[in-house]
Design a protein around this ligand. Structure first.
Ligand SMILES: Nc1ncnc2c1ncn2[C@@H]1O[C@H](COP(=O)(O)OP(=O)(O)OP(=O)(O)O)[C@@H](O)[C@H]1O
Length: 455
């Protein structure tokens, strides 16, 4: 298809989609916005292109004729480790989207493609979003949660921040682990020193040591110059190791040494380098379990876990849902140039009942899309993704979290969550909750009894 024209000042975007119409549409739009673009219809062509030229970001369709988008993402990152990436998924592929983020994509957008939505996602991936490595500055695009859980968590941040304790943050994908890590850094005496975030999920096994600890020129094929690793760059400050569970066993051994002895050696180097870095790690897996199974070193687990935070999933803190929703609506209005003011009652109800497997990231994306599609002042239900409003699709989204695989238990589970959330949103007032749920009080009482809620 098309080839990139060289101009070193402009950001360049690689588009990979076997639908030629989508490629053309995106290229035209992105070029008008000042990006250089190149489009390819298969993964193999894109890999060849990346060998010949550097790109800032790749937009990858999940379903490609020669493999899936995540496999391609891994291959592209082997060629260019700092490539940012947005995965394009089908409208109802929330699970794939969540999986993409877990495997190192910076963001996802759902089809059908809306140019303004893509632009907002590209801009945030290029500027502030997660990459193999990002360095502070402060987070103006963030707000504090207002649920009791999050308030308690932020109090702990104030207490633990100023100490030098290693911190482990556990939470589902998109729940705000990086934001919390930055908040801990900001609450510490290291706040004016570097904050270096490393996405260990995006590091290939071969290059992880060199990325983290640096290498000497000639240490391995391709090491054409000396390289300063993330630890050295974070000296005096904080290093944030996101998805630490993905680190190779050998790298875990090296990491343990840095923590215990405060020294490390570069790949191919002889000299021990002293270092003063505070470690914050994050995971969305059960690291303790993994350490029992032997894939994560138990001694390392205890070293990084001098203090731990668990961020509850968004569905378990209903007070935060609309709080963030309004914040994201404001952001979306700015991003896509709209002027939407609020959410319809129905949308609020759907938001409160939906399980949000992608947490805040998913909420932000859903609102961005809905804002773009809304014509009036209020977001209506019909601009929400199908799987959020259709009960059987929702049951399948929920199926990871429910006890049984059958539709009946899935539906019951969804109903129970919706009722619990409505009650919390109405401060336990059952009449109001029934109104919000659009059922009568008697039905609500029956269901409370059936599901054993509130006793
Ligand atoms: N406190 C917050 N205020 C506003 N937006 C937030 C906040 N926390 C997270 N977000 C939104 O959610 C997205 C994901 O957050 P973050 O990268 O911190 O999550 P994470 O738990 O580290 O995710 P992952 O495990 O997938 O890396 C952010 O890009 C941002 O858009």
């Amino acid at each position: 298809m098309t080839n990139k024209t060289q101009n070193t000042n402009t950001r360049s975007i690689l588009i990979i989609d076997d639908d030629i119409n989508i490629c053309q549409l995106m290229e035209r739009f992105l070029q008008k916005k000042g990006f250089q673009t190149a489009a390819y219809s298969s993964g193999i062509e894109a890999q060849k292109a990346l060998i010949h030229a550097r790109y800032d970001l790749a937009m990858i369709d999940f379903r490609l004729p020669d493999g899936d988008g995540l496999e391609l993402l891994r291959n592209l990152r082997k060629i260019q480790e700092d490539l940012k990436c947005i995965i394009m998924t089908g409208f109802s592929d929330v699970k794939l989207a969540v999986q993409s983020i877990k495997q190192g994509a910076n963001d996802y957008v759902s089809k059908p493609i809306y140019p303004d939505e893509i632009l907002a996602s590209i801009n945030s991936a290029l500027t502030s979003a997660k990459n193999v490595e990002t360095e502070s500055p402060l987070h103006k695009n963030y707000i504090k949660g207002r649920s009791q859980d999050m308030e308690r968590l932020m109090k702990h941040v104030d207490k633990v921040g100023p100490t030098d304790l290693s911190v482990l943050i556990e939470g589902e994908t998109g729940s705000g682990k990086e934001y919390l890590a930055r908040s801990i850094h900001d609450a510490s005496n290291r706040r004016n020193q570097p904050f270096v975030a490393v996405d260990c999920g995006a590091l290939t096994k071969e290059l992880a040591s060199s990325e983290l600890f640096g290498h000497e020129k000639g240490a391995f094929t391709g090491a054409v110059r000396n390289h300063t690793g993330c630890f050295e760059r974070a000296n005096g400050g904080t290093i944030f190791l996101d998805e630490i569970g993905n680190l190779d066993y050998q790298v875990q051994v090296k990491l343990l040494r840095v923590i215990q002895e405060r020294v490390f050696t570069k790949v191919g180097g002889q000299q021990s380098i002293e270092i003063d870095v505070r470690i914050i790690a994050a995971t969305n897996e059960d690291l303790l379990q993994e350490s029992h199974e032997g894939s994560f070193r138990e001694d390392l687990y205890h070293r990084i876990n001098e203090f731990s935070f668990h961020i509850p999933p968004l569905r378990e803190r209903p007070d935060d849902i609309m709080h963030y929703a309004h914040f994201f609506l404001e952001q979306a209005n700015k991003d896509v140039g709209s002027n939407v003011e609020s959410f319809s009652e129905e949308v609020i109800r759907v938001f409160m009942a939906y399980p949000w497997p992608g947490n805040l990231r998913e909420l932000r994306n859903v609102i961005r899309r809905a804002t773009l599609l809304t014509e009036g002042k209020e977001i209506p239900k019909d601009v929400l993704p199908f799987e959020m409003t259709d009960s059987s699709a929702m049951a399948s989204t929920l199926s990871d979290n429910i006890p049984g695989p059958d539709l009946k238990s899935a539906t019951e589970h969804a109903e129970k969550i919706a009722i619990q959330n409505a009650l919390k949103a109405c401060d336990g007032n059952k009449s109001k909750a029934a109104e919000l749920l659009k059922i009568d009080r008697k039905t609500l009482y029956n269901k409370l009894k059936e599901y054993d809620i509130g006793h």
